[in-house]
Design a protein around this ligand. Structure first.
Ligand SMILES: Cc1cc2nc3c(=O)[nH]c(=O)nc-3n(C[C@H](O)[C@H](O)[C@H](O)COP(=O)(O)O)c2cc1C
Length: 196
């Protein structure tokens, strides 16, 4: 049996990201959970940013942004950046988070986030009161101490990264549980015709 609802409260686990736009002298942080990798070739990522906040216009002005995955360690700072506006305060100053220069874009990345993605704005479309920005991924940075093998980005240690998960609908933060299987592989058990 199922209980059905409208679209207003969808229990949806999402990564909590901190999106930075601006430059090393003047940058803003906004908490964005509505984020997704979109295509691998070219590598793109999409974020949904409300048109009423400060960040949407800043992204359009700067034409670039960085997406920084928040860890559980900076949950308070991440939440703060989601309930305050860059139109009123300097969120880097208030949170104590550290700007590091990006390699390809003006917007800095955040040192305290284990994974940082530099994006160049390639498209924006307004749907309702939200701007859907598509960024081309120019470079990805990972904390070296969270990689098993520094040559291999796939060797990222999820437990060390400790990403802060936001459960939309329930408005709560969670952390990752244990690994339960290998993707693109565990399902082979059911492909009897092909693999037996
Ligand atoms: C956990 C969390 C997730 C959020 N996700 C989004 C989001 O995906 N898109 C969005 O527009 N706002 C989101 N917000 C709200 C913005 O972060 C918030 O409106 C912020 O104050 C805007 O800041 P700004 O005016 O500096 O741009 C989120 C807030 C929180 C706490």
């Amino acid at each position: 049996m199922k209980t059905s609802f409208g679209p207003q409260k969808i229990l949806f686990p999402m990564p909590t990201t901190l999106v930075v736009t601006g430059n090393m002298d003047n940058a803003n942080i906004v908490t964005i959970a509505w984020v997704s990798l979109l295509t691998s070739a070219p590598p793109t990522l999409g974020i949904s940013v409300g048109t009423r906040g400060y960040s949407g216009d800043e992204i359009l002005k700067n034409r670039n942004f960085s997406v920084n995955i928040a860890s559980v360690d900076i949950m308070v700072e991440a939440d703060f950046c989601g309930i305050t506006s860059g139109s009123e305060i300097d969120k880097f100053k208030e949170t104590g988070l550290t700007k590091l220069p990006s390699n390809h874009i003006s917007s800095p990345i955040i040192k305290e986030c284990p994974l940082n993605i530099e994006c160049k704005l390639v498209s924006s479309t307004i749907v309702g009161r939200t701007n859907h920005f598509i960024g081309e991924i120019l470079e990805v940075h990972m904390d070296t101490d969270k990689l098993r093998d520094v040559e291999n980005p796939g060797s990222f240690i999820a437990e060390a990264c400790n990403p802060l998960i936001y459960i939309g609908g329930a408005r709560e933060y969670r952390k990752l549980g244990k690994k339960v299987g290998d993707a693109y592989s565990i399902g082979r058990k059911l492909k009897k015709d092909y693999f037996s």
